[in-house]
Design a protein around this ligand. Structure first.
Ligand code: NAP
Length: 245
């Protein structure tokens, strides 16, 4: 699929990575980019970058009425970018209660699923198109400092895989994007290496153009993905050592 001429929708467009998706889509010649945020006022400066292409939309992906309203308003979309996500940095046992695990599942898995369900028929009507799901390498290896987040991204990895099978017959490309640590304000307390948000977005959109199933932006994610294939226990040991010093 080509980005030039695409009509895209980006969730969490006001976020650290989301704003780069919107700008890169415009730069690559997307005809229209629906930039979605819970508070559209958070999008003012982003829309000002390219007011003719960028359309601000209010969207909470955990609210079924909000998802339905946006789907009704955006019937021309052929590229859905599920970027919205939350990571609350909690352990399974050390968390005070289940509230953070529930919030992560609500947004990262159920919210993403709700968007896919709402937009699958729209993509079909528009020739198939593509879905890009912002996942994480932590969906394939649990990181105890962000344990319930990792579990929610594992659910989203499975969602992405299953969607690919279910939407194959309607010719919808489904791309999972699995970076390691991205160099954003939200990950400032994590040690290097980090991949830049520009590189994450560039590799993700190239994945759409190339029609690949999974993209591992940056060296850290590529190395971890290779290690998961060759010696998954050694990666688990390394993750464990980071919290059991
Ligand atoms: N940063 C990293 O190191 C990293 C690494 C791997 C994967 N990722 C993934 O990349 C994606 C973007 O992350 P980021 O670093 O750009 O984080 P971010 O700056 O916190 O952005 C997250 C975005 O998701 C939105 N969001 C949260 N809950 C929502 C909801 N219920 N409905 C609609 N939007 C909602 C946020 O909106 P509000 O501003 O209203 O809260 C924000 O726009 C996430 O899926 C994240 O898991 C990030």
């Amino acid at each position: 699929m080509q980005i030039k001429g695409a009509i895209a929708l980006v969730t969490g467009a006001n976020g650290d990575i989301g704003q780069y998706f919107v700008k890169a889509l415009c730069d690559a010649g997307a005809t229209k980019v629906y930039a979605c945020a819970r508070k559209p006022s958070d999008l003012t400066s982003l829309v000002a970058v390219n007011p003719e292409q960028i359309i601000p939309i209010a969207l909470d992906i955990t609210n079924s009425d909000s998802v339905e309203t946006v789907a009704q308003a955006c019937q021309d979309v052929n590229l859905l970018i599920n970027n919205a996500g939350v990571g609350l940095l909690k352990g399974f046992i050390s968390a005070a209660d289940l509230s953070s695990a529930r919030a992560e599942i609500e947004v990262n898995y159920l919210g993403t699923l709700a968007m896919c369900r709402a937009f699958a028929p729209i993509l079909q009507a528009n020739g198939g198109g593509a879905i890009v799901n912002m996942l994480s390498i932590l969906g394939k290896i649990n990181f105890p400092m962000n344990a319930s987040y990792s579990a929610s991204k594992a659910a989203a990895v499975s969602l992405t895989q299953g969607l690919r099978m279910e939407l194959k017959s309607q010719n919808t490309l489904v791309v999972g994007v699995l970076p390691g640590t991205v160099d954003t304000p939200g990950s400032q307390h994590f040690p290097p290496p980090k991949v830049s948000p520009e590189d994450v977005v560039r590799e993700a959109l190239q994945g759409v153009i190339d029609g690949v199933n999974e993209v591992y932006p940056g060296e850290q994610a590529k190395q971890m993905a290779a290690q998961l294939l060759q010696d998954p226990q050694s990666l688990e040991n390394a993750m464990s050592a980071m919290v059991n010093r």
